[in-house]
Design a binder for this molecule. Structure first.
Ligand SMILES: [Zn+2]
Ligand SMILES: [Zn+2]
Length: 226
């Protein structure tokens, strides 16, 4: 069974080596903004040129244009596309389809409200626990439905709830993350994707004002049992 990494932005390939052999991981990509995928060309190099090549190909599941976009990023000449099918088995998300992975887990992807083709993921473990990750999204019915009754909701919260700073259709505020958690009746809320120029304390306080369950803003290196 290969471990699965959700999103693969800059810095992930380095940090990953503390937890798993990069030659043995599969990848789920929520979308193809650079902060979610641009260490993948490094994973191609790892798998293609490692003196002891990994057995088989890694599964990378993502948006419909992932092979083209990551192929562009990996090409040696501008405008060309690296064919990565020698080391990667690229698969596309299908909205609402239940996909099995690992030892008895399932994942369902729903299209989110964010500029590129973006998905939120609902993972159900073999033991029946549910983990929902919003990826990047603004408030929408799909993210609310995806989160319904989850044991753990990991939600992006990129902004404070100030209308002057929130263009529509891009991200959630701490208030909105808390509202989703409360309406969905989740057991625990983890906040992520808070940029350095946004106050973590304000985002956490906004979420706590809406959701009475446990709220925590995640930090690099933390681990959680689902
Ligand atoms: Zn994004
Ligand atoms: Zn992002």
């Amino acid at each position: 069974m290969n471990p699965t990494v959700i999103d693969f932005g800059p810095g992930v390939l380095g940090a990953l080596q503390r937890y798993a052999d990069p030659g043995e991981v599969d990848v789920f990509l929520t979308h193809l903004h650079a902060d979610h995928c641009l260490d993948l060309p490094g994973l191609l190099v790892w798998r293609r040129y490692h003196p002891t090549p990994p057995v088989g190909r890694a599964i990378v599941r993502g948006p419909s244009d992932a092979a083209l976009r990551i192929g562009n990023a990996s090409a040696e000449i501008g405008g060309e596309c690296d064919d990565w099918s020698d080391v990667i088995d690229m698969q596309q998300w299908a909205e609402g389809e239940q996909i099995e992975f690992g030892p008895g887990h399932t994942v369902v992807a729903r299209r989110m409200y964010h500029p590129p083709e973006s998905y939120g993921l609902r993972i159900t473990t073999k033991s029946g626990r549910t983990f929902v990750y919003t990826g990047d999204t603004a408030m929408c019915d799909a993210v609310q439905e995806l989160a319904q009754g989850a044991d753990v909701l990991m939600s992006e919260a990129s902004w404070t709830h100030d209308p002057a700073n929130r263009p529509p259709g891009i991200h959630l505020s701490g208030t909105e993350a808390g509202q989703i958690a409360a309406r969905a009746g989740v057991k625990e809320l983890l906040l992520t994707h808070i940029p350095p120029w946004t106050s973590r304390e304000d985002v956490i306080a906004e979420a706590k004002a809406e959701f009475t369950g446990p709220v925590h803003a995640v930090a690099p290196g933390e681990s959680f049992d689902i």
